[in-house]
Design a protein around this ligand. Structure first.
Ligand SMILES: NC(=O)c1ccc[n+]([C@@H]2O[C@H](COP(=O)([O-])OP(=O)(O)OC[C@H]3O[C@@H](n4cnc5c(N)ncnc54)[C@H](OP(=O)(O)O)[C@@H]3O)[C@@H](O)[C@H]2O)c1
Length: 321
């Protein structure tokens, strides 16, 4: 595994992290979830990304992870970076969603309980909430660190101008933003112009989520929508209609470049997301160990020629998902 320092901090993260958004809930195969986590750890994936609402049902990815950790990796806690988040709807009423201090503090305690952890390495505000002053949300994050329940704090899905406000506040209180988590892939290049200059300016790391565009940047949709795929699953966040012929046509062309690089489409997509030095790590989500193995293989070739990058840019031509 290759590791990189997270922004200006002294914390190193693996170039590939594992996310538990899909495939780790109570509805999923527990043995497969366990195998993926153990395989990841054995191969240097020291960073596991979770959130309060991952499942389904919400909370169950944290509970499953807690069980796997306790039964298999308890003695390795100090070798792992475990993150969680709060920000999206988690429970009924006015205190189970958003960015209020009330919600974040309660959610952190619930997440610690479900995972059985004493602290999270990173705790994120999962989204910007326009109904809560940024100062209130940031102060809650700072106080989590002061209480010893989080070692570092991070932001996710904040518009660039709000991230700037938040990072300014955090810096002034000497609890800088360790990391920003944003959607970034060949099919979503917005961060290049918007948030990446901000993270660079503030010395924050950046971690990309959905580097495979939820699976579209692999060869799996080249011949239609397979039965066991996120687009076919009713519980997933990728809808069939999003897998358009136009996007699949682009993946077909990208796949040719991947072949010439002696990589699979998935391997090239992961490598491409890591080509920018401002990107500390990418978080892959996998359905099974085979997919994880393939994604880790991308580390064997992370460099691109200028010609390859130009060809890729021409194919992408602003396509978004
Ligand atoms: N902060 C946020 O708001 C936010 C939002 C989204 C995600 N995240 C984080 O980022 C993580 C990753 O997101 P993601 O799951 O969307 O990432 P992704 O890596 O873009 O997509 C993962 C999906 O792609 C398919 N896949 C993965 N490897 C493959 C391979 N080698 N060959 C074929 N298909 C493959 C699988 O789908 P199939 O099920 O179709 O096989 C897998 O479930 C999440 O788990 C979470 O931790 C954070």
């Amino acid at each position: 595994m290759n590791y990189a320092f997270c922004g200006k901090s002294g914390l190193q993260l693996p170039k590939i992290s594992l996310g538990l958004w899909h495939n780790f809930g109570y509805i999923d195969n527990f043995e497969e979830a366990k195998n993926m986590i153990l395989y990841a750890f054995e191969h240097g994936v020291t960073h596991i990304d979770i959130a309060n609402n991952y499942g389904p049902p919400p909370g169950s990815a944290e509970s499953n992870f807690g069980k796997i950790l306790k039964e298999n990796l308890a003695s390795h806690r100090d070798e792992m970076i475990i993150s969680s988040k709060a920000g999206y709807l988690m429970w009924d009423g006015p205190y189970g969603d958003g960015g209020s201090r009330k919600y974040l503090m309660a959610s952190l305690d619930q997440s610690l309980k479900r995972t059985g952890l004493e602290y999270f390495d990173i705790f994120y505000s999962h989204r910007y909430d326009s109904n809560t002053p940024v100062e209130e949300t940031m102060q809650a994050l700072i106080d989590m660190v002061k209480q010893g329940k989080a070692l570092y704090v991070g932001l996710s899905n904040y518009p660039a101008d709000k991230a700037r406000e938040a990072m300014t506040y955090l810096n002034a209180q000497h609890v800088p933003s360790l990391i920003y988590q944003g959607k970034y892939s060949m099919f979503n290049r917005q961060p290049e112009e918007e948030i990446l200059p901000v993270t660079k300016e503030f010395g924050s790391g950046f971690i990309a989520f959905s580097p495979l565009a939820q699976g579209v940047l692999t060869d799996k949709y080249l011949n239609g929508i397979p039965e066991h795929s996120r687009a076919a699953d009713t519980t997933g966040f990728l809808r069939k209609e999003q897998v358009t012929e136009e996007l699949v046509g682009k993946v077909r062309k990208l796949n040719e470049i991947a072949r010439q690089r002696e990589q699979t489409m998935a391997e090239m997509a992961v490598a491409w997301s890591l080509r920018d030095e401002r990107v500390t790590s990418v978080i892959v989500g996998t359905r099974n160990v085979t997919q994880l193995q393939e994604n880790l293989n991308s580390l064997k070739n992370l460099s691109f020629t200028q010609e390859e990058l130009m060809l890729i840019d021409n194919i992408l031509d602003g396509a978004t998902l």
